[in-house]
Ligand binder design. Sequence first.
Ligand SMILES: Nc1nc2c(ncn2[C@@H]2O[C@H](COP(=O)(O)OP(=O)(O)O)[C@@H](O)[C@H]2O)c(=O)[nH]1
Ligand SMILES: [Mg+2]
Length: 294
Amino acid sequence: MLSKLFKALSRSRSQISQALNAVMGKGISSDDLDNLEENLLQTDMGYDTVQVVIDLVNGYSGKDLTKIVRDKLVELLPDRTDLNIDKIPCVIPIVGVNGSGKTTSAAKLANMYKTSGFDVTLVAADTYRAAAVDQLKVWSDRVGCRLICNENSSEPVSVLFDGLESASSRGSGIVIVDTAGRLHTSTNLMSELDKMYRVIDTRFSEFNVRPLITLDACIGQNSLVQAKEFNKQHTLDGAILTKLDGTARGGIVFPLYDELEIIVKFIGVGESLEDLEPFDPISYVDSLLGLENN
Ligand SMILES: Nc1nc2c(ncn2[C@@H]2O[C@H](COP(=O)(O)OP(=O)(O)O)[C@@H](O)[C@H]2O)c(=O)[nH]1
Ligand SMILES: [Mg+2]
C-alpha cells in the first residue's frame, strides 16, 4: 500500500523526478540545467537549495544521480526531531493565518497525543467565529477529549485562562489551543496573541509553551514571511505544513529550515483526523524523489 506521505507528495515528486530523469545518464547541456533549475524552483525549494542541487548535477556523470541528490537533500534538513513531549504540562498554541488549517491540525494533534496516552485538553480560543467553536466541538467529540470553550465570551485570553486553569486542576498534561486566524500585519490581532503568551508566562508559568504555526503548503514562498514574523513574536517550536496532498510545493521545508531555522514537525496529508504525520526528513526526501518503495 502506498503511504499517505508518498501519495501526498505525488505532485511535488513528479515535478522533481521528471526534471532529474531528463538529465540522467547523458551529457548535460545548459538548457537541461536551466530546465532542472526552473522545475526545482517551482517546488518552492528556494534558490539556495536549488543551486546546491544544480552544482551537484552539473559535475556528475554517474548513474545514481538521484541517490546523490537524495543524500545531499537529507543533509540539508534537520535530523529527525524528537516529538516526545519531554516536559508536561505543556501548552501548544496553534497560530497562523485564516484557512491555513489551525482548527483541523489542533484536532489531529489532540488525536495523536491522546492515542499516545496523554490527557489532552482542547481550548477553543478562536472567539471571532461562532462556527469555529462548533467545528472544534465536533472534532473533540470524535477525538474523545475535553474541550474548553465559552460561547458567551469574545475574549480569547479569558477562554485560554479558563482552559489552563481547568487543565491545571485536572492534571491534564497537554493543552492545545486553537486560535483565530491572523495576518502578521494585523497589529491588533498580533497584540492579542501577545496577551495570550503573557497570561501563560505570568499566571501559568508551570506550562511549557510550544507554539506551532500552521503553514498552508499551497502558498509556498509566502509562508516564509508568515513564519518569520510569528517567530519574532514568540519563538515557535516548529511548523505544521498542511495540505501537502494538494500541491507540488513540497520543497518549502528546505528554505524554512535553511533561512529561518524553523523545523517542520508535522505534515498534513488530508482532511481527516489521522491525516497528520510526524515529519521525517529521510522518508520525506525519499518520497519527494520517488525512492520510497511502499
Ligand atoms: N487536503 C487537506 N485539507 C486540509 C488539511 N488541513 C486542513 N485542511 C482543510 O483546510 C480547510 C481550512 O482548515 P481549518 O482547520 O478550518 O483552517 P483554520 O482557519 O486555520 O482553522 C478545511 O476545509 C480543512 O479540511 C490537509 O492537510 N489537507
Ligand atoms: Mg479555525
